[in-house]
Write a protein that binds this ligand. Structure first.
Ligand SMILES: Cc1cc2nc3c(=O)[nH]c(=O)nc-3n(C[C@H](O)[C@H](O)[C@H](O)COP(=O)(O)OP(=O)(O)OC[C@H]3O[C@@H](n4cnc5c(N)ncnc54)[C@H](O)[C@@H]3O)c2cc1C
Length: 398
């Protein structure tokens, strides 16, 4: 998906907002396929896989107690246990019995419901611009649609619980009216939307912050077990995969010594989990509300010009999060500094005009030595405003 495609409620028009440069895209990936790829890779590497075994608890030695598919229990002594067991992790609960762990669990007031758009009768994508993440931003709530390889779209309606409660308690007419009023262009594509709405569950959205992520060099949590986040940046799984990558890097740095690598990695990586939690919630507000705001869209345009002119110094937040390995908490801090600057620039219409002119002049200026010197001087100024932060870790995240 190369862009967001925004469905305007007033005009019904579709606005495209690129995620990055023409070469940059985010990917809509099948969970089943991804699981298959990971399981194949694990098997090839010689990992022994035991399906249907549930971890019951693990102590500090660490001795893990597992319940097998037939209900019997076994205990296994391990050198170290990594809990990749999701938001409601048993490894984390066990760790909390061994030491003080700060755990905050925050359910937002909004839930979600999945819906589905079939292909057209001739087997094509039913929405225009299929290589986009479609958003119907409606301020307090929103619907999104992601394309699948089989030409369907998976839609998700995110809304306050109060809205779901009201719709659930009414008859189908209320649901139909809600969709007609807010997503009129999607209604013909959603089939029997009232049936879909009634049959699909409303699910909750939780953020979990955990500190520390380890107990000595024996137990460690990773992925959602360490940092469950709301899904609005589409980074939960990416962050989990990057956890594994960064652990591998720390392990190599520590000469494959787990007693050093586990505590070092847990301490280094934990702030990134908290950073992602903040970014993910912030992106909900951006998606459901700001994307419908012309001032915000102008701000994005100015930002992309600044990124064009100063590619290593001014990197839009989305680009840092989705297309670089700048740690999430650093991306957040840097984006806040940039945001403060750009708000000052775009607030006054006159200055906004000057910024656009400056950006255009900047483009022309790159063609002359004097122009390049001027840009270098501006670049120095931008560097100074940003506190010199730049150039770090601009390798692709995933
Ligand atoms: C609506 C929604 C949309 C999302 N969209 C995106 C997106 O677009 N992009 C993205 O990157 N992320 C997205 N995410 C987040 C993503 O799904 C998670 O971040 C990711 O699945 C975390 O992987 P994990 O392996 O840490 O945990 P999980 O995927 O939760 O896997 C945990 C595994 O542990 C197993 N397990 C649990 N308890 C035990 C036990 N006691 N014993 C043995 N096994 C156990 C479970 O069966 C499961 O297989 C979304 C999440 C939601 C809710």
């Amino acid at each position: 998906m190369r862009c967001r495609a925004l469905h305007d409620i007033e005009s019904g028009a579709l606005y495209q907002q690129p995620y990055g440069t023409a070469e940059q895209a985010i990917y809509s990936v099948s969970r089943t396929r991804l699981n298959g790829v990971l399981l194949d890779a694990a098997e090839e590497a010689g990992v022994e896989l035991n399906f249907g075994a549930s971890l019951i608890k693990v102590d500090g030695t660490p001795l893990a107690t597992l319940e097998l598919a037939d209900g019997s229990r076994i205990s296994i002594h391990a050198r170290a246990v990594f809990g990749a067991d999701g938001a409601y992790s048993r490894v984390r609960s066990s760790m909390m019995r061994l030491q003080n762990v700060n755990l905050t669990q925050h359910y937002i007031n909004h839930g979600y419901k999945e819906l589905h758009i079939d292909p057209t009768p001739d087997g094509q994508f039913a929405l225009d611009v299929p290589e986009a993440l479609h958003i119907w931003p409606r301020h307090d709530f929103m619907m999104i649609a992601l394309p699948n390889p089989d030409k369907t779209f998976t839609c998700t309606l995110f809304a306050p619980y109060a809205t779901f409660k009201e719709l659930d308690s009414g008859d189908g007419a209320a649901v139909q009216a809600f969709f007609d009023d807010n997503f009129s262009d999607a209604v013909p594509l959603l089939g029997d939307v009232v049936k879909q709405f009634a049959e699909n569950p409303t699910s909750s959205l939780v953020t979990m912050r955990v500190k520390p992520w380890n107990f000595e060099d024996k137990l460690c949590v990773i992925g959602d077990a360490a940092h469950a986040v709301v899904p609005f940046y589409g980074q939960g799984m990416n962050c989990a995969a990057e956890d594994a990558l960064s652990f591998d890097e720390v392990l190599a740095r520590c000469g494959c010594d787990l007693s050093k690598a586990i505590p070092a990695w847990a301490a280094e990586r934990q702030p990134a989990g908290d950073g992602l939690a903040d970014l993910s919630y912030g992106n909900y507000v951006e998606m459901r509300s700001h994307t419908a705001n012309p001032g915000f869209l102008l701000q994005k345009k100015v930002e992309s010009w600044l990124h064009y002119l100063f590619p290593d110094t001014w990197i839009p937040q989305y680009t840092m999060v989705a297309f670089t390995r700048i740690p999430y908490h650093e991306a957040k801090e840097r984006a806040e500094r940039q945001d403060a600057i750009i708000k000052r620039v775009t607030q006054a219409a006159a200055i906004t005009g000057a910024a656009a002119v400056a950006a255009t002049v900047g483009l022309v200026a790159t063609k002359t030595q004097a122009g390049r010197d001027a840009i270098a001087a501006i670049s120095k100024g931008v560097h100074a405003l940003l506190g010199g932060a730049a150039d770090s870790g601009t390798t692709a995240r995933a």
